[in-house]
Design a protein. Sequence first.
Length: 287
Amino acid sequence: MTDSTLSPLAHTHITFIGGGNMGRALIGGLLASGLQAKQMTVVEPFAATAEKLKSDFSLAVVHSIDQLQFDSTLEQVVVMAVKPQDFKQVALSLAPHLKAIAAERLLIISIAAGIRLSSMTSWLGHSRCVRAMPNTPALIGMGITGLCADASVDAQARSRAAALCNAVGQSIWVGDENLIDAVTALSGSGPAYVFAFLEALQSGGEKLGLDPASARALAYATLQGAAQLAVNSAESAGSLREKVTSKGGTTAAALAVLKEADWQGILEAALAAAAKRGKAMGDELAQ
C-alpha cells in the first residue's frame, strides 16, 4: 500500500476486538503499510495469543474490554474481529465504553460473518458501522474484501474502512447489504472451492501415473499461472478458454466431460447454497 492509500488512517487509532488470524493479518498489513504500532490496540483474552501479538508486533494488548482507554482527540476505528456467535455478547459489553467517543469520530468495522448492520447498530448503540467480508488470502496480503456501510457512514469514513482492508489486498463496495451474502458465497468461501479444485486436479494427475510431487507442482503452477494470465488480460475468461481449446484437441475432450457433468451449473448451485446459508446465519445471529 502506498502512503497516499494509507493516509485516511494517518491520524486514526485502531482498536481490534480480537487478535485471531484475520485480526493478526490486518495488523501485519497495516504495519507493513506504514501505520505505527502505537496507533493500534488489541483486546485479546487468550494469554498465549496476546503474548505473541506483543512480541511479534510490539503493540499494546489488553486482556479485557474494561481495560480499554480511548483518546477522544483522535479518530477512532474499532474492528470487531470476533467469532460471529460471540459478537452480540462482546458488542453489548463494548457499547458503554464507546459512549466516551464523539459519534462523528467513531467508525466500527465488523469482519464477523453473518452479523448484519442492523444488529451491529442495535447492540453497539452506534450507527456508523461497516460490514466487511474478507477472505483467507488476506493472510498473505492477497485478499479481497466486500464492504457495505450504514447510510450514516460518510465518504471520509468509507475511505478509512477501505484503507484498512486494502492493507491486506483490495476491496469493493456493494450498495445493498443483501449482496454481502453473494460476496460471502463467491469470495469469502471461494478459496475453499479453489482448494477443492486443486485437490481434484492433483488427484487426476496421480491417477494418470504422475508421482504426487510432480502432480502437485503441475497443478499448483497451472492454477497460479492461469489466474495471473486472466488477471493481466483485457479478455474475458471465456475468451481465454476458447483460445486454449482447439477443435478436436485434448482440451476440447476434457471440457466436453465437464460440460456433460454440468460443471458450471454445479458451481453456481454451490454458490447459491452458500449465499442461502449466509442469509440463514444472519437470521439466526440476529436473535
